[in-house]
Each structure stands twice: as structure tokens, then as C-alpha cells.
Design a protein around this ligand. Sequence first.
Ligand code: FAD
Ligand code: SIN
Length: 539
Amino acid sequence: MPSPAFNPVIIIGGGLAGLSLALRLAERGIGATILSKSVLDEGSTRYAQGGIAAVLGEDDSFRAHIKDTIEAGGGLCDRRSVEFVVTNAPRAIRWLVERGVSFSRRGGRARREFHLAREGGHSHRRVIHAADATGAAVEVTLEQMVRKHPRIRLMENHIAIDLITSRRTAKRAAKRGAGKNRDCTGVYAYDLRRKRAIALPCAHLALATGGASKAYLYTSNPDTSTGDGIAMAWRAGCRVANMEFVQFHPTCLYHPHAKSFLISEAVRGEGGKLVHADGRRFMPKYDRRAELAPRDIVARAIDLEMKINGCDNVYLDISHRPASFIRRHFPTISARCRELGLDMTREPLPVVPAAHYTCGGVVTDLDGRTDIGNLYAIGETGCTGLHGANRLASNSLLECLVLAESCAARIAAGADAARKFAPPPQWDESRVTDPDERIVVAHNWDELRRCMWDYVGIVRTEKRLTRAARRIALLREEIRDFYGKFRISNDLIELRNLAQVAELIVRSAMSRKESRGLHSMRDHPKRSARAARATILSP
Ligand code: FAD
Ligand code: SIN
């Protein structure tokens, strides 16, 4: 059991990236402490439906998966990163299977062959899945292992506030090369039960806090996706990349009581068609792959169709397939729809696009290393360049798994050399008081998310982005003022991070004077060869 006072490794986040990193470290004899701001399993991973992309079928090849990833990525993927993740995928899946994750098999459980689903942008069936609740199957299996593991300590209901860093001595900095002149030595966290902030020192720290889709009013993500890791890393001095590439999932259920409920892309993979209320299909006129085009194309087409036809949603119809097939392949989705009074075996489902995935993030190498010594970022928080301008469906869970393994190996390689740093200063609350008006925080949350939805959405214009930048600057000023004067709370910590990330998204979007992948600009509708590089912002 690691000492509560000093942690060899702190992992912030209990999603697939965080849990698999902790287990991979434990397999190497290294103890870790996992912090999660809610219960361990509350994060995007648990809600993942479609599955994990990997070359497992006989007719498939690494070449084809690499090609599909790069094609979806709009010419901005880092080829080395794509090759690394794709070629390590089958091994990563084997690791999950060996740990007991029960993936769907062809012809039922007794058969050995995995059932592989098809999703947008994939030229082959290559998505391994556990019916339509893959994330839950993975999360539950790994969570059970983590909870029992003697080398892993859990700190649930602790929200990380800010990283603690220290400047390197000139000698150590010179050894590590220019740029790496700071080390991460710990983190300040807020204990949400006891309502107090604590300092946690460590030798290595990994950010696995997920994405930032809560910056938008409508999202498929749970409440935890507030970009905390990206904002903390940025404030500590790390570069971030590609923040303008926010992925909107084309098909979230449109229903007043269905907060954030996704209708998996696998429904389209099994023949689901996008139609208007009168049954008219529209995707074939946008792309030869129709409903199975990459997400950026499908979400943009739906957005345009809704604007042209003045409707609030479109419909996804798979009712032509047998009811038994639909219930077997999509038990979670069909059950949830039934609870809401919708029968997908008989009628089309009302759907709209919603913010789903943060393609950008903290700049890292293929071991998750950031610009700060001993600080790593993996999963949706990091940006290895894998996704480029648009993520290929089901490549995200895959990246979590592959990067967790390489990051663990990297930490293990430097574990012996890990130093104990001087104890960090305690959190200072001497100059703050209890907030006088909590409504300010609640109001700013709403305003920020609406502003991002209205001005920085699926289709953007220079004018809208400028408006968003002005409003976000004002909101950030108010939040800074509030943060400096009053005691922190979960909402305030998250709002401060969301506003920071929103600013990074808008700044990145304003710098890209073209349309590419998920970044669609009405004033610059074409792709520009001159802009064919990642957007990298430095603090
Ligand atoms: P998460 O799973 O989001 O975990 C983040 C963790 O960090 C949480 O435990 C959270 O509580 C914690 N945390 C955050 N901030 C703090 C803080 N300040 N302090 C302490 N803890 C913190 N991808 C696929 O590849 N295939 C799919 O089928 C798929 N389906 C999806 C369906 C839905 C509905 C959603 C929302 C996403 C889907 N995705 C899918 C995307 C994928 O699920 C996520 O990108 C992936 O799970 C991210 O994993 P993660 O470990 O990086 O983050
Ligand atoms: C889905 O099931 O449609 C989500 C897949 C993903 O986000 O990769």
C-alpha cells in the first residue's frame, strides 16, 4: 500500500485511461493513487456504446485501419501516432479479454469468434463490442480489479484543482533538454465530502480526466467532462493542440427527458437510415457512404437539413430490421427508448447532433509525456495527433488503452530515479470568505455553454467566433474575481476550467482560416494547403 503522505504515482481520473494505467503500473510492481471527482466509474467511459476499433477480422489489415483513420482525420493526423495506436490495438484488446471483459461473439457466447460491428468511416467491420454497452463492460471489469488491488489506492470524491510544479536546477534542466525546465511535484485537490483542500505530493502524475464537451449546452457526455486536465496542464505551462476540433456526434436522442442519451453509430452500421418526419432520406446527396460517412460529414448534413427544413430534429430509422435483431444488438438503447415511450423496432427515433469528443488536448508524445517533467496526459485529455481534424469512430477507447500501456512502461523505466520533492506548500484559504451569491456561478455556467453552442458550434463564422471570444473574456474576468475572493466549490473549480478550455477552443478556431474536418467556417469554406498543420498554443 502506498504511503498516504507520498505517492509514487498519482492518476487523476477513473475512466478507461486512468484505470488501465493504474493496473498496468501495478503489474510492474508500482503503486498508484487514483483520484476521481465523483464515484470512480462516473465518466465518459461508462457510457461508451459502440465499441473499440481494432484489426481482428481476417479480411481486415493494419493498412486499412491506418488509411481510414487518416482519411477521417482530414489530413491532420500524425502518421507515427496512427501507426503506433493501430498496430498495438490487437494486443490491447487481448489484455482486456484476459482480464475478463466479455465482448459479444458471433452466434452467441458459445462461439469463439468476436462479433465485429461497422461504424462510420470504417472500410471494414472492426469494432469489437459488448452489445451496445461496451464502456460499462470495460469499466466494471477494470473497476472491480482496481478496487481489490493492494497496490492501488482510491480517493473518490476528490477533485483536482491545480498542479504543483517546481523549477528545475540549471544542471537538471540542461540534462533533460531545453523546454523541460519544470517538474510536476504534486496536485492540490478538494475533498468534496470534508470540504477542504489538500496538497498531495508525488513523483509522477498522470492526467486522465477525459474531455471538455460540457463546454456545450447539448452534449452526449456526463457532467464530469469539464476539461479539468487540459485547463490544469495549460495553467502549469503545457502546450495544447487542435482544440478547435470538437466532435459532434450526429445522433443523440431528442427527447425532453433524455439528458445526454446517445444512439450509437452502430445503429447506422446495422442499416439505420437518417430521414425527415415524412420519411425522406437525405444522406446519399451529401456523401457516397451516406449514413456511414465519417461523423463530421453526417453531423454537418443533419445541421444543414434542420436549418433548411426549419425542424428541431431529424429521425434515425432502423425499424425495417427484425425486432429480435434490434433488441439483441441494441439492448441498452432499445430499453432506454422504451422507458421514454419510443419503440425503435416500430418507429424512427428523433435525433440531433451534440458535442461528443475533444479531439485536441495536452500535447504529448507516444508515452503520454507532456512539456512538464514527470507529468503525463493520456486518454481524451491528451493529444498525440492520432485523431487529426476528426476522430474515427471507436478509436478513442483504443487510444486510452494503448497510451496507458506505453505510459506505464515509461513511468516504470524512470521509477527508480523518482525523487521525493520538498513537501508542497499547503493550500492557503486565509484571504477568502464564503461566497455571497452562488447564483453568479450558476448563471455563468449557463451563459458559457449557450455561448459555445450558439457561436462555436458545427458551422462557424468569423463574426460568431469574435462574439464568443468577447463574451468568454468577460466571463473569465468575473470567474477570476470570484475565484480570488471566495472559498472554492466543485462548481466553481469546473466553471473556471470550462471557461479556460472554451477560450482555448475559440482562440484555436479563430486561428484556422479554412474548413477542415470538424472545423467548418462559412467565411473560409475550402481546405487550405497552407493550413495543413496542427494548431499548437503555448501558454
Ligand atoms: P473518462 O472516461 O471521461 O474519465 C475521466 C475521469 O476523470 C472520470 O473519472 C472523472 O470523474 C475524472 N475527473 C475529471 N476531472 C477531474 C478532476 N479535476 N479531479 C478528479 N477527477 C477528475 N469512444 C469509443 O472509442 N467508442 C465508443 O463506443 C464510444 N462511445 C461513447 C459514447 C458516449 C455516450 C460518450 C460520452 C463517449 C463515447 N466514446 C466512445 C468516447 C470515449 O468514451 C471517451 O473518449 C473515453 O471513454 C475517455 O476516457 P478517459 O479515461 O480519457 O476519460
Ligand atoms: C457510438 O457508439 O456511436 C460512439 C462511438 C464513438 O464515439 O467512437
